[in-house]
Design a protein around this ligand. Structure first.
Ligand code: CDP
Length: 217
């Protein structure tokens, strides 16, 4: 079974997708983390973020993989980049990297290969449209920008970072705009999307909603 979860930044996709996967005994794949890992490596290598050829070559040669122990860890070749990919300099650059059609073509293929070996829950922006067009369920999680900014601040606070609310709100709005307006793999609601507005729902309520939809078949 394939379950796609798309939606804008901070809508709670990764928290929910991980729990849905746990509940169903499926593998969870965070495609945002994959674009972040690629961006981290591109910044490390000093690649110009407008150079789609260089970025595509890196996407092609880089071995991005997950390891699941107590928590899920992500690696670029043999470097564990789980923490680094959440840093503001990566967050600020990732949508530029993800906008290149050539880069997306390679990343989508990698994601499809990962998805082909198990029942999975995959979250991102273009999963329902490009990566898993035949997914059994396509969820679109959204929430007000205020709630999304607030959640992101809480998440970073738990990691020891104090962020400014207005700045985070602007950053999320800018990233959503880039993600919705790019020519390939844009974030959008599909005809067969099941939309869930999580603004006033707890994580458990969203989880229960999704699981009951899946169990009903
Ligand atoms: O966790 P957050 O909502 O901040 O974003 P993410 O899921 O980690 O994704 C980071 C960025 O990667 C997004 O803003 C998109 O630009 C890009 N992305 C994408 O283009 N396609 C995907 N399938 C997943 C992420």
């Amino acid at each position: 079974m394939k379950i796609a979860i798309d939606g804008p930044a901070g809508a709670g996709k990764s928290t929910i997708a991980r729990k849905v996967a746990q509940e169903l005994g499926f593998v969870y794949i965070d495609t945002g983390a994959m674009y972040r890992a690629l961006t981290w490596q591109a910044l490390q290598n000093g690649i110009n973020l407008d150079d789609s050829q260089a970025l595509a070559e890196l996407a092609h040669s880089l071995f991005i993989h997950f390891e699941n122990n107590l928590t899920q860890q992500i690696f670029c070749d043999d470097i564990n980049v789980t923490e680094e990919i959440r840093m503001p300099h990566v967050t600020g650059a990732v949508s530029r990297v993800a906008a290149h059609p050539l880069v997306r073509q390679i990343m989508v293929k990698k994601q499809q290969d990962l998805a082909s070996v198990a029942s999975i829950v995959m979250d991102g922006r273009d999963i329902g449209e490009c990566v898993l067009p035949d997914a059994d369920y396509k969820f679109f999680l959204t929430a007000s920008i205020e709630k999304r900014a607030y959640r992101r601040i809480k998440e970073m606070e738990e990691k020891g970072y104090l962020l400014d609310y207005a700045a985070i709100k602007d950053e999320i709005a800018a990233r959503d705009k880039m993600d919705m307006e790019r020519e390939v793999g844009a974030l959008k609601v599909l005809e067969d999307s099941i939309i869930i507005d999580t603004s006033d729902l707890t994580v458990d309520q969203v989880l229960t909603t999704i699981i009951s939809i899946i169990r009903k078949g």
